[in-house]
Design a protein around this ligand. Structure first.
Ligand code: MF3
Ligand code: CO
Ligand code: CO
Length: 287
């Protein structure tokens, strides 16, 4: 790209006035041995606007779930709620038919870590802790977030897990800095989980998101500060730690090939945000 060409990011500015210094910085850091993100995961202005529109619908869906969720409701009803709201607001539920996933949302109860498939036969009951994970596509752009909901009276132990899992998410998000590293996220999450006597799932993690459901980089929720891919302005990624009451090990249901359970049958909790790395920090897009 020539200095006077319009910048690849679509800002309309000349390359020399826009991303030239950024590209030179990345080239230098790569020569110094840093793992740098590929250009395809650096969002343009138009990408970011698009992802924000998807996030607005996604956030509204999770708010709606919060007003409707109750004991006695089937997880299929949550699926219908999410599916219909998405379609009515010009979106597409990303999970539906994603790698053969059969429903429009993931609903994961108690010892289900993630990817719980909604069913008429799964009825929410008093004391359950429930993760609802929603991913919405609007005009080809993706936003991905999940929240925990507590049904009726939950035990103090379950409540503490849900709260600490939320704190782990916040610690992970706060660890994201422009020109920092992906490993900073896992280091912060794991430190907070273990300090509270919990463990962090390692088989699944966060991910780049925005132009596709799952993009580079993979975002582990355990790690070492200063390690892994460089985090640079324009990257959009999820932080979504799965925090277990007992051991970190998980297994996948043999029958449906999706549902992830804790190996020891103890509780698991998860919250997820989609965040944008900016010049001077981060912006939370989907929550
Ligand atoms: N929303 C999940 C995530 O946070 C992915 C679900 S994949 C599905 O990455 F197919 F189960 F929907
Ligand atoms: Co998700
Ligand atoms: Co995700």
């Amino acid at each position: 790209m020539n200095r006077n060409d319009p910048c690849w990011c679509g800002s309309g500015q000349k390359y020399k006035k826009c991303h030239l210094a950024f590209d030179e910085k990345l080239t230098l850091l790569e020569r110094q041995g840093e793992e740098v993100p590929p250009r395809k995961v650096i969002k343009t202005k138009a990408d970011i606007e698009g992802i924000k529109k998807a996030a607005a619908v996604n956030n509204a869906i999770l708010d709606l779930v919060g007003t409707k969720i109750h004991a006695g409701m089937s997880t299929e009803e949550i699926n219908t709620l999410v599916h219909n709201y998405t379609i009515e607001h010009g979106g597409i539920p990303a999970p539906l038919n994603y790698s053969g996933y059969p429903k429009s949302v993931c609903v994961s109860i108690n010892n289900v870590v993630c990817h719980g498939i909604p069913s008429e036969d799964t009825i929410l009951k008093d004391g359950d802790i429930v993760n609802v994970d929603v991913t919405t596509i609007v005009n080809g752009y993706y936003a991905d977030a999940s929240r925990m909901y507590m049904i009726g009276e939950v035990t103090p132990e379950a409540k503490r897990l849900v709260e600490v899992a939320r704190e782990c998410l916040i610690k992970g998000v706060e660890a994201v800095k422009p020109w920092g590293h992906v490993g900073d996220i896992g280091a912060a999450v794991n430190a907070h989980a273990t300090a509270n006597g919990y463990s962090v799932v390692i088989d699944l993690g966060g991910h780049g998101v925005g132009n596709d459901f799952h993009e580079e980089p993979f975002v582990p929720h355990v790690g070492e500060e200063g390690e892994g891919m460089l985090l640079v302005p324009g990257m959009v990624l999820t932080v979504e730690p799965m925090i277990n009451e007992g051991a970190y090990e998980v297994y996948i249901d043999e029958k449906d090939d999706w549902t992830v359970y804790t190996e020891d049958g103890l509780l698991s909790a998860q919250w997820e945000h989609t965040i944008l790395v900016t010049e001077d920090g981060i912006e939370i897009l989907a929550y």
